[in-house]
Design a protein around this ligand. Structure first.
Ligand code: ADP
Ligand code: MG
Length: 699
């Protein structure tokens, strides 16, 4: 393992490679561009492209690709080779890569979802290098991380708004830091460490399940005798095949500069987790996409399949992605670190209050940031945080806030005023992440952990929202404090007022408890249970104003994203419903009939050979199975009819609601009957591997 330091980042055109290979003045110009978050200037692009190409060719690359993140949620790429006919020797080629090719690409964009932003007849979008995210080599191809926009400048991807939101929070946080006299700071970055959950199953078993192949989750499957109730998998010894996979995965990720750090078994059988060391949000987002892609690829090498769906199996935990988020200065200070002096504490409290206010004011947007058909199976299903957004601060910090609000000393008997900026905060224990797993958004000592997100989703969405809503709180705070004559008093008042106004969002109890749902309602918090419930709020006027103010989304971009997400919800469920119909008709119904027939044959044979007095067991089974088969047949017919019923509807929201209210229940009915049939059908007749076969398929 001594070669890990050499391996790490070996396929990345990173800072040290640039320093080594670029002329000094070009290197300095690239650094300036990166720091300012600007596009690379055409003057120096040629030099950078050339150095990149030379480096890539030495590493065996033959192609390059602009790599982007359209609204599909996965990454997109289009490969071009470096070859160009040689001018001197027309029958030969040379390897070329120009500055223009580095900074701008023009993929045919007509088939990406745009929600009406870019009329398909134009079909034109362009990709532009995000120089703050390094180029890398994978599959003999030089990948250039890019943003994807329409020619009129509208964002068609997830990266552009993420970069805009990072700029927004930087602008506002800098105003606050100036007020506290942090003159050495020139930039505030958002940092993210996403913990990624996934399932690993055997590839042979997977190949026999059409539902997994087509939709990524099981649409049928009776509960196995053993699920996760013994809790023997969680942090358990890692099986050899899985261990080999994890080692291989780490190696691939390290080569790409991904800081893969922790790997362990998760709660459900066959479920695992990978956590990286945190990094800047846009890079963390790129790296999380690479991680998901590599998980699938490396799994295939080991005869495994990696399932990233939020709910591959009913009855055992689904998979999420914990988005650990913080703010840090370019001088290396984490702004959510409470510090020790009254001054540090005051600044910490103000940033903390900004998050409290943002979470309360924009609960709906945080909920939207984790929305999707797959994640609806988790949120509120007593295994993941509820669909209600609240914040966990821990008892101690909450008590401190209460004492500031009421002007009493925390933990003490004297009733003296606790003044922000004058008194030091009492020491409070750092909460471990595991203390309250039921909270959607937990403060964990020096960062916040947003836990609503599903395992498949890009982390761009929640980070766009977190950055923007906290930028808004900070901007309002700065507006007020910049006018103050007595800074400490104004600060104290602002903090007390913010706690009073927004403390309803703080909840340290059990989020899985039904009592919380009632209490949250009394507190006036949103409970937006499903994707069609929450998505329309994305385009609420207050939210559009927010995005426009911070230049994160235009009105049109918000509407188009809303449309895309609603359509996606309907499409996902429609594909699942059609897959169910197909499986039920072509495999399950015939299997049940064949088994009934075999039983009937047995009854006849039995009666021909021996004198059976009364009904034999097989006759009883035939009666039961044949009634279940009838129910299955009728459930198939109903689901089919319900799917046809969508034809009367046109708007994206009406369709999404229809799928939620009519199609999903019909799917559930069909599944219930089929699962019951599975329980009573001989294994040799059942057409699919069972939950046992799948969940315990890897040794
Ligand atoms: P655990 O949850 O296992 O106790 P940690 O709390 O240390 O582990 O970290 C969990 C995740 O949070 C890791 O991916 C880590 O990199 C990330 N993380 C830690 N500090 C920060 C930070 N300041 N900003 C963003 N993410 C962070
Ligand atoms: Mg965690």
């Amino acid at each position: 393992m001594s070669r890990v330091p050499e391996l790490f980042g070996s396929m990345v055109f990173n800072d040290s490679v640039m320093k080594e290979r670029l002329p000094a003045e070009v290197y300095a110009a690239v650094k300036r561009t990166m720091q300012a978050g600007r596009h690379l200037h055409a003057d120096i692009a040629g030099d950078v492209a050339n150095a990149m190409k030379e480096w890539a060719i030495e590493k065996g690359a033959t192609h390059y690709s602009h790599w982007f993140q359209p609204m599909t949620g996965v990454t997109a790429e289009k490969h071009d080779s470096f070859i160009t006919p040689s001018k001197q020797h027309p029958d030969r080629v040379i390897m070329e890569f120009s500055g223009k090719e580095l900074i701008k690409g023009e993929p045919d964009a007509s088939s990406f979802p745009s929600g009406g932003l870019r009329a398909t007849f134009e079909a034109r979008g362009y990709t532009a290098w995000d120089p703050t995210s390094y180029a890398f080599i994978k599959d003999d191809t030089l990948y250039i991380p890019t943003a994807f926009c329409s020619y009129s400048g509208e964002a068609l991807d997830k990266k552009t708004p993420l970069l805009r939101s990072m700029e927004a929070i930087n602008r506002q946080a800098m105003r606050i830091l100036k007020l506290f006299g942090n003159d050495d700071v020139t930039m505030v970055n958002t940092t993210v460490g996403p913990e990624q959950e996934y399932f690993l199953i055997d590839a042979d078993v997977y190949a026999k399940r059409r539902d997994l192949l087509i939709t990524g989750r099981t649409l049928f499957g009776a509960k196995p005798p053993k699920g996760q109730e013994l809790e023997d998998h969680y942090f358990g010894a890692i099986k050899p095949r899985v261990m080999a996979f994890m080692q291989d995965l780490d190696e691939e990720l390290w080569k790409l500069g991904v800081l893969a750090k922790t790997e362990h078994n998760e709660a459900a059988p066959a479920q695992h987790e990978l956590a990286p060391i945190f990094t800047k949000s846009n890079i963390a987002t790129d790296h999380n996409q690479l991680t998901m892609e590599m998980m699938k690829k490396v799994a295939a090498r080991h005869g495994l399949v990696c399932l990233l769906h939020e709910k591959p199996f009913a009855g055992v935990s689904g998979s999420g992605k914990h988005n650990n988020w913080s703010l840090s200065t370019d001088t290396g200070v984490n702004l959510f670190e409470p510090g020790t002096s009254p001054h540090e504490n005051a600044q910490f409290l103000l940033f903390l209050c900004a998050v409290i206010k943002a979470t309360d004011d924009y609960q709906d947007l945080l909920r939207v940031s984790a929305a999707g058909a797959g994640n609806d199976h988790r949120l509120g299903a007593a295994e993941a945080p509820p669909a209600i957004v609240s914040m966990f601060l821990g008892e101690e910090l909450t008590d401190i806030l209460t004492s500031i609000e009421n002007g009493t000393v925390y933990g003490g008997k004297e009733q003296t005023l606790m003044k922000v900026g004058v008194h030091a905060l009492p020491r409070f224990p750092r909460d471990s992440t595991d203390r309250n797993r039921t909270s959607p958004f937990a403060f964990t000592g020096n960062k916040f952990e947003f836990r609503m997100l599903g395992s498949t989703a890009s982390i761009a969405n929640p980070n766009i929202i977190l950055n923007t809503i906290v930028a808004e709180s900070l901007s309002l705070f700065a507006d007020e404090l910049e006018q103050a004559t007595d800074f400490n008093t104004a600060l104290h008042d602002l903090i007390v007022r913010t706690i009073k106004a927004h403390k309803r969002i703080i909840f340290n109890g059990n989020g899985y408890d039904d009592v919380w749902i009632k209490e949250a309602e009394q507190r006036g918090l949103h409970n937006l249970r499903t994707t069609p419930d929450c998505l329309p709020h994305f385009a609420d006027e207050a939210n559009i104003k927010l995005f426009e103010k911070h230049r994160v989304f235009t009105r049109q971009e918000v509407h188009s994203r809303c449309e895309i997400m609603l359509e996606n919800y309907r499409n996902v469920i429609r594909i699942e419903a059609l897959t169910m119909l197909d499986m039920a008709r072509k495999d399950i119904l015939p299997a049940a009939s064949a088994y009934v027939r075999a039983l009937c044959d047995t009854v006849i044979s039995k009666k021909a050979v021996i004198a059976v007095s009364g009904k034999c067991a097989e006759e009883d089974m035939v009666a039961h199975l044949s009634s279940l088969t009838d129910s299955l047949y009728s459930a198939i017919g109903k689901l089919d009819a319900v799917i046809q019923g969508e034809k009367a509807l046109h708007s994206a929201i009406a369709l999404a609601e229809y799928y939620r209210d009519r199609v999903v229940p019909a799917m559930q009915t069909l599944r219930k009957v089929a699962d019951e049939l599975e329980v009573h059908t001989a294994k040799s007749f059942w057409p699919y591997p069972t939950y046992d076969d799948i969940l315990f398929s890897v040794s």
